[in-house]
Design a protein around this ligand. Structure first.
Ligand code: 5AD
Ligand code: SF4
Ligand code: FES
Length: 358
């Protein structure tokens, strides 16, 4: 590599700016990993502090109208066991999440049309009475649905762009459009949601340059949260046989995201832990500040199978709660006592316009 990478890491830590070329050169070089992780950990401590925010994840429906090439819930996967929790069951799980001390409930599902705007709005209103933040992760919808849910009290929305490589995006998501994905993210921002996005690392055909552009995209849209994860190949999908995502590259990506988006909430994700036990702690020391413990119970917990071997699938929500408390404490950090909204510094420098942004 041609660049003097320690100087690049030092400058990224100081200015939170890198060019696409500079980012790509860091991501491509495994030797940068420890220095990037250490710098990202310092930026994390300075901008978002030592709190680790726990978000209780409720996987409320495994029905999905989409056919994403990597995902076990894709509609053509006949082996996937489908379930749908009732609104009452969802609210009951949210109450339990509140009881475990979680201050955010994430309502996640496949793209399931049974949950009309009105049905999900009713669930949101009931969950909001518990004094928790509500994050939705239910995919693409018309702006009217997003507005109805925001009016019902939803605070945040997760919608990964998955990849900013338009051709790759459209290859892996049959019948979906990159522009429509971007439309959703724009609408969500305009409606005042905290918006989370992110990408998969290790998609067949994905390049380091495109990952660098992913990071610049997160910066350009001023993402409030960025969740990424390695591809975990699923035998029941077209991506069976693909190699799993490289956890070293995932760690460099997390560090790069923290360096360039110092205020963002960044989770250590289940897919990371699935591929590499202990990854959650390693990633929490490399820039991340959020974990999303699963509070789904019983059969549903097993059936929500985006990929095989999902971490914690055999544990109970209660076990995960105690387990995470101990792990966070062992890191010398503490569990966030508030809802963990994005903290904004006074007068943040606006992110530069890039080709990826709008
Ligand atoms: N491996 C890793 N992550 C996956 N997702 C879906 N399938 C897989 C897989 N096989 C991720 C997608 C989606 C999120 C909910 O789960 O990025 O946005
Ligand atoms: Fe459905 Fe989401 Fe899986 Fe795609 S990634 S098939 S939209 S659940
Ligand atoms: Fe689930 Fe440790 S967090 S068992």
């Amino acid at each position: 590599m041609t660049k003097d990478w320690p100087a690049l890491v030092e400058r990224a830590e100081r200015t939170h700016r890198l060019t696409e070329e500079e980012l790509a050169s860091l991501l491509a070089e495994p030797a940068t990993e420890e220095a990037m992780a250490l710098a990202a950990d310092r930026v994390r401590a300075a901008f978002v502090g030592d709190a680790v925010h726990l978000r209780g994840l409720i996987e409320f429906s495994s029905f999905c109208r989409r056919n994403c090439h990597y995902c076990g819930l894709r509609r053509e996967n006949e082996k996937a066991g489908r379930y749908r929790l009732t609104p009452e069951e969802i609210v009951a799980l949210a109450e339990k999440a509140r009881g475990y001390g979680y201050h955010t409930v994430v309502l996640q599902s496949g793209e399931d049309g049974w949950f009309t705007a009105e049905r999900l709005a009713d669930v949101i209103r009931a969950v909001k009475r518990l004094d928790v933040a509500v994050t939705l992760s239910v995919g693409e919808r018309p702006i009217g649905d997003y507005r109805a849910w925001r009016d019902a009290g939803a605070d945040r929305f997760l919608l990964r762009i998955e990849t900013t490589d338009r051709a790759l995006y459209e290859r892996l998501h049959p019948g979906m459009s990159y522009d429509e994905r971007r439309r959703c993210l724009r609408d969500l921002k305009r409606l005042g949601y905290e918006v989370g996005t992110g990408c998969l690392v290790g998609l067949p055909g994905q390049t380091i340059d495109s990952l660098a552009r992913d990071v610049l995209f997160f910066q350009a849209i001023d993402a409030d949260m960025v969740g990424i994860g390695p591809l975990v190949p699923n035998e029941d999908t077209p991506l069976k046989g693909a190699p799993p995502g490289d956890m070293g590259l995932v760690r460099r990506m997390v560090a790069a995201i923290r360096l360039l988006l110092p205020e963002a909430n960044i989770p250590a994700t289940t897919a990371m832990e699935t591929l590499s036990p202990g990854a959650r702690e390693r990633i929490l020391r490399s820039g991340a500040n959020v974990v999303m413990p699963n509070v789904t119970e019983g059969e549903a917990r097993r059936l929500y199978a985006l990929y095989p071997g999902k971490a914690c699938v055999a544990d109970t929500p209660e076990e995960c709660r105690f387990c995470m408390a101990a792990r966070v404490k062992a890191l010398g950090r503490f569990i966030g006592a508030d809802k963990g909204f994005r903290r904004r510094r006074a007068n943040p420098a606006p992110p530069e316009k890039t080709a990826a942004g709008d």
